[in-house]
Design a protein around this ligand. Structure first.
Ligand SMILES: Nc1ncnc2c1ncn2[C@@H]1O[C@H](COP(=O)(O)OP(=O)(O)OP(=O)(O)O)[C@@H](O)[C@H]1O
Ligand SMILES: Cc1ncc(C[n+]2csc(CCO)c2C)c(N)n1
Length: 266
C-alpha cells in the first residue's frame, strides 16, 4: 500500500494559548467587525508574536480595547496602510503607546497586502498568519482577501506559512492540491467558554475546477468534479472527529464557528 502524504489541520488550535500543532502565529487585523468574545481574542493574542493592523483595522482593535473591562489591552506591533481609514483618535491612541504607524501610499497593493508583505519581511519564513476579517461590506474587498489567500500560498507544502481567515462566523483556509486531514470537531478554551467549531462546511474551488474526494462529512463525495458554475459542496455537515479531503487543485475550505448561547457574533 502506498503512503500518501497528508497535511494535518487543527484549526481550532489557533485559539489555544498552547497549541499542539502549529506553534505561534502572526495576526493581521482588517477593517472588519471584531465581534467574537474578548477572551477569544486574548487567546489568539497570547499565541501570537506579531500583530499588525491594516489601516482601519487599528480602529477595530482600539474599539475592542475601549469596550471591554479587562485590565490588559490587546497590543499592536505595527499599523500599516495608506491610512485613509485611520481615525485621528485611533492614531493618537496607538502613537501614545509607541506603536509604529507606517504610511504606505502604494496604489497597487491593498492595505492587507502591505500588512502581509511587512510580516514576511520582518518575521521568520514559514510563520502562520491569522487574518481577522469577515467578508461583509464591500464585495471587491472581500473578493480581494480570498484572492490573496491563494496568491500568498502559491507553493506546494505551505513553505511560507499557512493563512487562516477568521471572521466572527467561520474559519477559512486554502487546501493545496493533495490530501488533508482536518480535526473538525473541536472545542476551544479551557475556561468554560464552550465555543468551538460548528458543523457547516464548504469546499470552494475558487480559482479553478478541481476533483475532490471527502470522508467524514454527511454528504461525502468520491472523485467529484467541482467548479464555479458547475457543482460545489456547500452547507455540508461534519460527521466525524477528523475529516479527509483529497483535491486535485487548490480549494478553499471553510467551517463555521459555534458560540455558546448568548455569545452570538452579531
Ligand atoms: N468589506 C471587506 N471585506 C473584506 N475585507 C475588508 C473589507 N473592508 C476592508 N477590508 C480589509 O481591511 C483592509 C483595510 O481596510 P480599510 O477600509 O482600512 O482600507 P481601505 O483604504 O478602504 O482599503 P485598501 O486601501 O486596502 O483598498 C483592506 O485592505 C481589506 O483587506
Ligand atoms: C488594474 C488596477 N486596478 C485597480 C488599481 C487600484 N488599486 C489597487 S490596490 C490600491 C490601493 C488601495 O489602497 C488601489 C488604489 C490599480 N492600481 N490597478
Amino acid at each position: 500500500m502506498s503512503t500518501v502524504e497528508e497535511t494535518i489541520w487543527q484549526p481550532a488550535d489557533i485559539f489555544e494559548p498552547t497549541p499542539s500543532r502549529h506553534g505561534s502565529h502572526a495576526i493581521v487585523i482588517l477593517n472588519q467587525p471584531l465581534n467574537l468574545p474578548f477572551s477569544v481574542y486574548q487567546n489568539l493574542w497570547s499565541n501570537s508574536n506579531y500583530e499588525i493592523a491594516a489601516d482601519g483595522g487599528a480602529n477595530r482593535v482600539y474599539t475592542l480595547n475601549r469596550s471591554n473591562s479587562s485590565e490588559e489591552d490587546l497590543p499592536l506591533t505595527t499599523v500599516i496602510g495608506d491610512l485613509d481609514s485611520l481615525l485621528p483618535k485611533t492614531h493618537s491612541y496607538w502613537s501614545s503607546k509607541n506603536v509604529p504607524i507606517i504610511h504606505d501610499e502604494d496604489q497597487y497593493s491593498t492595505d492587507f497586502m502591505k500588512a502581509v508583505n511587512h510580516i514576511r519581511e520582518k518575521q521568520d519564513k514559514g510563520l502562520d498568519i491569522v487574518v481577522l476579517g469577515g467578508l461583509g461590506g464591500r464585495v471587491d474587498q472581500g473578493m480581494s482577501v480570498l484572492h490573496q489567500l491563494y496568491t500568498y500560498q502559491k507553493e506546494p507544502g505551505y513553505p511560507d506559512g499557512r493563512m487562516y481567515l477568521l471572521s466572527t462566523e467561520a474559519i477559512t483556509f486554502v487546501l493545496k492540491a493533495g490530501r488533508h486531514r482536518i480535526k473538525a470537531i473541536a472545542k476551544y478554551g479551557e475556561d468554560g467558554l464552550g465555543a468551538g467549531l460548528g458543523k457547516h462546511v464548504g469546499i470552494i474551488p475558487l480559482k479553478e475546477p478541481s476533483v475532490i474526494s471527502t470522508e467524514g462529512l454527511e454528504w461525502d463525495v468520491e472523485n467529484w468534479e467541482t467548479e464555479f458554475g458547475g457543482q460545489m459542496s456547500t452547507s455540508n455537515h461534519v460527521k466525524k472527529d477528523w475529516i479527509t479531503v483529497e483535491t486535485t487543485k487548490d480549494v478553499l475550505f471553510t467551517i463555521d464557528l459555534e458560540l455558546p448561547a448568548g455569545q452570538s457574533s452579531d
